[in-house]
Design a protein around this ligand. Structure first.
Ligand SMILES: Cc1cc2nc3c(=O)[nH]c(=O)nc-3n(C[C@H](O)[C@H](O)[C@H](O)COP(=O)(O)OP(=O)(O)OC[C@H]3O[C@@H](n4cnc5c(N)ncnc54)[C@H](O)[C@@H]3O)c2cc1C
Length: 460
């Protein structure tokens, strides 16, 4: 049926690329329009002098079997690498000391990360009822687990995942699985026990159990492999400006207006997938649906900077036996946390050196991203050296800035999702598939693409 049916995908991030790949396998005539001269969106890898720097995601969690199937199909299974076992260990900074996050009940009891009072508070959790209003992550966690767990576990975790603020994110939309534990099972502890069995049946893995992977040459391997399969379907340097519907033989079709290398062009299509950030989609749909456009425009994407640092191994005093550390807001540091990149995966630094990726900014400290390169480097280097215990000079550095990094699923996000659904019902054939719907992680984007492809197959 779909043979030859035209699909235009706007945006070549992981969401758009996976839609493109699967739809072309189903026989659709797929074209991908990307405003940059490179595909992959956020998923970019740089290499310089033996250092491997991830501009966006440093890794992904294998939360769905779709990854395995996709890599096999793309012939990149042999390039996939799993995170070093040592990186299961993660640290949280408290009073300037790195404390490992306990991984077992005895380790939890012994841990100095939380006070005895904070730990005992968790015992109340199974007896706490449901909320009667939509809550922020902070309200939810404080109510169920207490303030200390919020400040010294969830606050840094939220900074690590969303570069976000637990006081603003909606627990229901930003962490739907956590929220569901209360909704479905009446509590987190009860839910974790019962939920494990159900996930097994769905062949899904919880994020805390899924294996972490990348590729020997970095995350861009995945977009590059899709590009190699669909080379002729890409329109690079093509900035989409608007989509205009028109009626043709009782069906709605779409004219896509775009600029390629400064020249105004058009394409026509039966189906359009918008796999671009919400603020870009807002501009494109404004002429046909100003109301939805306004709501998409309001989604907050805080700025984030990544500061990649390289040091000689003999300058580092501590054993880098982990994934890295996250920093609670209460610690009053300028940085959010640091990934020990060369511990997690091989091929991230030259022999005899170690690589560190530090994140700054986010909803917590957006102004820090405004600092000039020298200041940003000075602050980050000083904090990283102080926290880890490094005495020598930096041997390599790279600063990457994302002006609008990650969409925040803030309180009231249900309204955003409702208007997206309404928009799709009004404009049959336009689909929205990007990281501001269905989750921000690479795995979430791939699962959203799978759902979008299935919806398109149902439509035709
Ligand atoms: C710094 C950072 C670190 C991250 N780390 C991780 C991690 O370790 N693990 C993890 O799972 N996730 C991580 N994420 C999240 C994850 O990487 C992203 O959510 C995901 O890659 C987004 O993919 P996407 O396809 O939805 O959008 P994007 O990657 O943003 O792609 C959108 C594409 O659309 C193009 N575009 C925009 N407007 C137009 C237009 N008008 N016309 C044509 N093209 C247009 C853009 O150029 C871009 O290529 C991270 C994100 C950031 C920013």
């Amino acid at each position: 049926m779909p043979i030859g049916k035209k699909v235009i995908i706007v945006g070549s991030g992981i969401s758009g690329l996976t839609c493109a790949y699967w739809l072309s396998k189903h026989g659709f005539d797929v074209k991908i329009l990307e405003k940059e001269d490179i595909i992959g969106g956020t998923m970019q890898t740089y290499k310089e002098d033996g250092w491997l720097i991830e501009k966006g995601p440093n890794s992904a969690l294998e939360t769905t079997p779709l990854f395995q199937e996709l890599f096999q199909d793309l012939d990149i299974l042999n390039q996939r690498i799993y995170a070093n076992k040592e990186s299961d260990k993660r640290y949280i900074l408290r009073n300037s000391i790195l404390h490992p996050i306990p991984m077992s009940p005895p380790a939890f009891l012994k841990s100095k990360l939380w006070s005895t009072k904070g730990k005992l508070r968790i015992l109340k959790e199974p007896f706490i009822g449901k909320a009667n209003k939509e809550e922020t992550v902070a309200e939810f966690v404080e109510r169920r687990l207490g303030k200390e767990i919020l400040d010294y576990a969830i606050n840094p975790f939220v900074a690590g995942v969303f570069a976000g603020n637990p006081e603003e994110l909606s627990v229901r939309y930003a962490f739907p699985k956590l929220y569901a534990l209360e909704e479905k099972y009446g509590g987190l502890i009860k839910g974790m026990i019962k939920g494990r069995k159900e996930r097994k049946q769905r062949a899904e893995k919880a994020k805390d159990r899924a294996k972490m992977f990348s590729f020997i040459d970095g995350m861009h391997t995945l977009p590059a492999a899709i590009y190699n399969k669909l080379k002729n379907n890409f329109y690079l340097n093509s900035f989409v400006e608007s989509i205009i519907p028109y009626r043709s033989d009782k069906n709605t079709r779409y004219v896509i207006n775009y600029y390629q290398d400064g020249e105004s062009k058009t394409l026509e299509s039966d189906i359009v997938i918008l796999s671009i950030p919400a603020y870009s989609a807002a501009k494109i749909i404004n002429p046909i649906d100003p109301e939805t456009s306004k709501i998409l425009e309001q989604i907050y994407y805080p700025p984030v900077a990544e500061i990649f640092l390289g040091f000689k191994n003999d300058a580092i005093q501590r054993n880098l036996d982990g994934f890295g550390y996250l920093i609670p807001a209460k610690e009053g540091r300028k940085i959010l946390g640091t990934i020990w990149s060369s511990t997690i995966f091989p091929n991230r630094s030259p022999e005899g050196y170690s690589a560190f990726t530090t994140f700054v900014g986010g909803s917590r400290n957006p102004d820090v991203v405004e600092l000039d390169d020298n200041e940003l480097l000075k602050i980050t280097t000083s904090e990283v050296k102080n926290i880890i215990g490094i005495s020598g000079h930096i041997q390599f550095h790279k600063i990457i800035r994302w002006e609008r990094a990650i969409p925040q699923y803030n309180l009231g996000y249900g309204k955003v999702l409702d208007v997206i659904e309404k928009f799709e019902r009004s404009y049959k054939g336009i689909f929205i598939c990007a990281n501001y719907r269905g989750g921000i992680s690479v795995g979430d984007c791939v699962m959203s693409a799978d759902r979008t492809v299935k919806r398109i197959l149902d439509l035709i």
